[in-house]
Design a protein around this ligand. Structure first.
Ligand code: HEM
Length: 187
């Protein structure tokens, strides 16, 4: 499943309930929301820097990370949320695996981002309860889907790492392992 991005897109959408109507809503509010995202990025990094486990990974590159982060958040209100979006999120997950960011940082960071986006949306659309609720649901859907896609790459990388370790310890060749795995694929 990990490299079939069409399938992973459908899988992610089924869990997050990112419907075409919600995708359209995200794009609709984008014009008003995108100019306000810089404040969220600032606040997000200021807060991350108070978490000792996170500061190690941020190092001296906070300004560069802020730029990447704001571009990513703008994407949440731009779309399209298609196969290319999934592939991008999968690769973003991979980048974090390569810098050895613990997997729970993804869910933790997404929680912090959702909290800040919620405040911004309530501030902007709170006067219209129904519309505000719909926008919040759409944001929860797109961030949930993005998280799921990043976690897929974490899972694939961890399995690969374990396999590499096993091959090294056992002295088994990759070809033999692949043959055995094929022969015993149904167990
Ligand atoms: C919702 C969670 C997060 C999202 C969506 C996100 C997004 C991104 C994106 C889009 C990139 C650039 C990927 C590329 O080069 O193609 C990136 C890189 C990176 N992020 Fe995150 N990030 C998240 C959480 C975090 C957290 C919590 C930390 C650290 C505490 C972190 C540290 C980094 C680092 C170190 C890089 C690599 C920078 C480099 O070497 O180029 N990220 N992130």
């Amino acid at each position: 499943m990990s490299n079939d991005f069409d399938k992973l897109t459908q899988y992610g959408k089924s869990f997050s309930e990112l419907t075409p109507e919600r995708e359209a809503l995200l794009i609709e509010v984008g014009k008003e929301i995108k100019p306000k995202l810089a404040g969220i990025t600032e606040d997000f990094y200021q807060y991350l820097l108070t978490i000792p486990e996170a500061t190690t990974f941020i190092g001296g590159q906070v300004e560069a990370l802020k730029k990447t982060h704001i571009l990513w958040m703008e994407g949440l209100f731009t779309g399209p949320f298609d196969k290319a979006y999934t592939e991008h999120m999968y690769k973003v997950g991979d980048v974090h695996v390569k810098v050895k960011l613990p997997v729970e940082f993804m869910a933790g960071a997404m929680t912090l981002i959702n909290q800040r986006l919620t405040s911004l949306i309530v501030e902007t659309y709170g006067h219209d309860k129904d519309y505000c609720a719909q926008v919040l649901t759409a944001i929860n859907a797109v961030t949930g889907m993005s998280l799921l896609m990043m976690q897929q790459s974490y899972q694939a990388s961890s399995l690969l790492e374990e396999l590499e370790k096993f091959l090294k310890i056992s002295g088994m060749s990759r070809a033999l392992f692949t043959n055995l795995a094929t022969a015993y694929r149904d167990i």
